[in-house]
Design a protein around this ligand. Sequence first.
Ligand code: GAR
Length: 221
Amino acid sequence: MSRPPLRIAVLISGRGSNMAAIARQCGAGLLNARLQAVIADRPGAAGLDAARALGIATQVVPWQGPPQRPAFEHALAVALAATNPELIVLAGFMRILSPQFVAARAGRILNIHPSLLPKYTGLHTHRRVLEAGDRVHGASVHFVTEELDGGPLVLQSRIAVSPADTEESLSARVQATEHIIYPRVIGWLADGRLAWRQDRPWLDGRRLDAPLVEDFSADHT
Ligand code: GAR
C-alpha cells in the first residue's frame, strides 16, 4: 500500500540549496514527500525566491534578537501549525531553538550540519577543519534535541581534505554531499524505514547507535 507523501516544512536562513535539492527530489518523484512551506527568519533569505520559483508557499517569521525569542518561537509555532507538518527540516537555519520548542516536537526535527559531528559544532566548521589539519571532513544529518548540534546522528558524508583545499572549496564539496545525504534521510522517514522511538533513531528496525557513513572521498570536483 502506498503511503501519502510526508508533509514537510523547511526552515531556512540563507541560500536554501538544501531546500532546493529536497524539493527537486520530491518533484522528480524520488522522494515521497511534499514541501508544504518554506519559512525563513530573514526577509532577505535568497532561498525564499528559490522556493517561490519552485512553487512552494513561503513565510517569513522575522528574528528580532534574543530578548524576543519567546515571541519569535510563538510566531514560528503558529506558522508551522498552519501547514501541520509531520517533519520540520532545518536547512541552513541559523537560529537556536529553545529546549521547550524542541521537546514539543521530539523526533520530528532534522538538521544538517557541515562537519563530522561531534567534531566542530557551531560556526566556521570548514576553517576549523583546515586549521586543525584534518584529513577528513563532511556533513552530518541528525535529529534535533535540546543539545546544540548534539542530537542523535543518522547519516554522515565523508570527504577527503587535500592540502590545496580552502574554506570555499571545502564548503562547495561538503554542500554537494549534503544535497545527497539530506534527501536520503528524509526518504527513509517518508518510506517508514527511519523512526524515532525511545529517544533514539531506528533504521529498518534496528537502533542506530552510531551514524551511517557515506564515503565521497573518491569524488573530485
Ligand atoms: C549548509 O551547508 C548547512 O550545513 C549549514 O548551512 C548551509 C546552508 O546552505 N548549516 C549550518 O551551519 C547549521 N549549523 P543552504 O542554505 O544553501 O542549504
